[in-house]
Design a protein around this ligand. Structure first.
Ligand code: ATP
Ligand code: MG
Length: 596
């Protein structure tokens, strides 16, 4: 597989310690400790990553007068995912750090799969992540210029039109141990090539009938330099240029030239393009245009998910998820809908760092970053997910009280709110046990607990239906134990959350688990979809939440006390409240795994 695990790290910079890391993700509590340490270090001076070192050395040498200009070049053929977020944070981050610029360039040279819908969503996602591009550009804007570049190469005798079929070209390619064979069309005259290339553009030929190839060396040790394709014929509608073109440049001929046109100084891409670099340089040198340079870093991979747009598209099209923004998807839009704050995604990108070798980052590191941010900004509220009624038998019928409670003890500016209380409240079914073991500090006959922000209650027993199901728990309360003014002198070990029955609002809550039940679905045998976790979503339809949540707006995050962080879904309305579980309070999942 050649993929290594990167667990959350404790070092000034990830790259400094990569080689010492274990192959398995660290235990959750160690990981959390390490992450905390890392966050502290992040706010202090950290050592430079390898790209920063390159840039600083370029600046010191006065290359391009010390100018830094990066770009983020998405192909608009799907939604952005957390891997793209790494590239976005890197490219925009470097530009910001070195007072440079970062372009957003749509790499839209492939008409078949690209759509305007994707363009709009990509822009939206980048802005939501907190970045602003200096220029919004499209590779398709350069089609005329790229065509002229190709003509220049033909004129220099460095490109030719080939009539060979795709199969013939592949057969003549050779291998890593054998040189390739020259195409019989390789020595066409410059005039003939110019005419035929013009005819290709004019639509004289059918798809696949001809290609334009660079004339480099069919025996080159790097197979990518054995007369690579520059243009192919595709009679296809383009989302921006319409039917103006029927020939489209290949990635290798479009990307570097687009960088050069925009005078990009540092063109950062993922590791799989490392062997393309000599070709990137070859075109630029032969054309004598602005010398952009390409640098590679390892793709961001994450455990328990897949990251390629092609695979994500399959999940969407085959209905395994509700759409690109399904909260289980590793897409930016999915994570946003799930309630991941943009700040957490940025922190995660920084924490995971950039590497020069393939690796896979433990998803618990991302979840750690999400909890860190939400702990600071999410208001604490009460929601009962699996309700059973608690009746306070000595509380006067019809009486109501309003308690005042802090919204967030971690944030003084978060203010407070009122909480209605009455004789009947909903509590979690699991907070009562009829025959409890000794160390059960919640409700059991004879036990006392505090109802959060309200009173201490003493459990007197329960009521059951004919089938033996518990329908009510009965308690008495201690009027002198009122929160904030407690004169009872009692201390109780358990505090539980509750929601007043007559004031409760009903809500739907979606509990999400990992979308896959194996760490690296793409590396498993067979189809990756065989490894989808069948229990990745559980829907609870009769959850009771406190009335303050009636005004929850989409995207707002809350901590449901003792239950986790939740966010109002985009489909949530005052009449039909829907909350998505963003993340549990602790890494319960890792604990579960340890048990198994
Ligand atoms: P995918 O394989 O998911 O379809 P892609 O590389 O084809 O991804 P692009 O839209 O071409 O997607 O990517 C835009 C930029 O984001 C490129 O510079 C690419 O290298 C970078 N990128 C894509 N996936 C990742 C990833 N997993 N980690 C880091 N950067 C990525
Ligand atoms: Mg791509």
């Amino acid at each position: 597989m050649g993929i290594r695990h990167i667990a959350p790290l404790a070092a000034p910079h990830v790259n400094d310690v990569l080689c010492f890391l274990p192959m398995q993700p660290l235990k959750a509590h160690i990981a959390a400790y390490i992450c905390t340490t890392f966050l502290k270090l992040m706010s202090e001076e950290r050592s430079l990553n390898f790209l920063e070192e390159i840039i600083e050395s370029d600046i010191a040498e006065g290359i391009h007068n010390g100018r830094v200009h990066t770009r983020f070049p998405p192909e608009p053929n799907g939604y952005l995912h957390i891997g793209h977020a790494a590239s976005i944070c890197l490219n925009f981050g470097l530009a910001k750090k070195y007072n440079g610029q970062c372009n957003l360039r749509f790499d839209d040279t492939n008409p078949a799969t690209e759509e305007t819908e994707y363009v709009e969503n990509i822009k939206n996602d980048i802005q939501w992540l907190g970045f602003t591009w200096d220029n919004e550009l499209y590779a398709s804007d350069y089609f005329e210029q790229l065509y002229d570049f190709a003509v220049t190469l033909i004129q220099k005798g460095l490109a030719y039109v080939d009539d060979s079929t795709a199969e013939e070209i592949a057969a003549m390619k050779g291998s890593t141990v054998a040189p390739g064979i020259n195409s019989p069309y390789r020595d066409r005259s410059i005039e003939e090539n110019l005419q035929m290339f013009a005819d290709m553009r004019a639509g004289k030929y059918k798809d696949g009938e001809k290609t334009l190839r660079a004339k480099i060396d069919m025996a080159h040790p790097n197979l990518l330099l054995r007369d690579p394709l520059m243009y192919r014929i595709k009679h296809e509608h383009h989302h921006r240029t319409g039917d103006a073109w029927c020939i489209y440049p290949m990635y290798d001929f479009a990307h570097g030239q687009s960088d050069s046109i925009e005078q990009i100084t540092h063109s950062i891409c993922t590791l799989e393009f490392i062997h393309h670099r000599p070709l990137y340089n070859w075109f630029i040198e032969q054309l004598g245009i602005f010398p952009s340079k390409q640098y590679e870093f390892a793709r961001r991979n994450l455990t328990y998910t897949v990251m390629s747009k092609r695979k994500l598209l399959q999940l969407v099209n085959e209905g395994h998820v509700s759409g690109w923004d399904d909260p289980r998807m590793p897409t930016i839009s999915g994570m946003r809908r799930r309630g991941y704050p943009a700040e957490a995604i940025r922190n995660f990108s920084e924490m995971a760092g950039i590497a020069k070798r393939e690796n896979i980052v433990d998803i618990s590191m991302l979840e750690f970053c999400v909890r860190e941010v939400l702990n600071k900004k999410a208001n604490r509220v009460m929601a009962v997910l699996d309700p059973v009624k608690l009746v306070i038998t000595n509380y006067p019928e019809g009486q109501e009280e309003l308690f005042t409670t802090d919204n967030n003890p971690e944030d003084e500016t978060a203010g407070n709110r009122t909480l209605p209380f009455s004789r009947e409240v909903w509590i979690e079914r699991e907070d009562f046990m009829e025959n409890a073991p000794k160390k059960f500090f919640r409700l059991a006959p004879g036990n006392m607990v505090r109802l959060k922000s309200a009173y201490i209650v003493k459990c007197e027993g329960c009521v059951k239906d004919d089938a033996g199901n518990i329908t009510e728990v009965h308690c008495t309360y201690l009027p002198e134990s009122k929160s904030g003014n407690d004169t009872s002198g009692l201390t109780v070990k358990g505090t539980i959350h509750w929601v007043s029955v007559p004031h409760a609002r009903t809500a739907t809550v979606r509990l999400y688990e990992r979308l896959f039940h194996v760490e690296n679905p793409s590396a498993e045998e067979g189809d990756f979809k065989e490894y989808i976790n069948p229990a990745s979503m559980q829907v609870l339809d009769s959850v009771f939440v406190e009335p303050a949540l009636a005004s929850a707006v989409a995207g707002e995050s809350y901590q449901f006390m003792r239950k986790g962080y939740f966010s109002a879904d985009k489909d949530s309305t005052t009449d039909k409240l829907i909350f998505n579980r963003t993340v549990t309070l602790k890494d319960a999942w890792a604990k579960e795994q340890k048990k198994n």
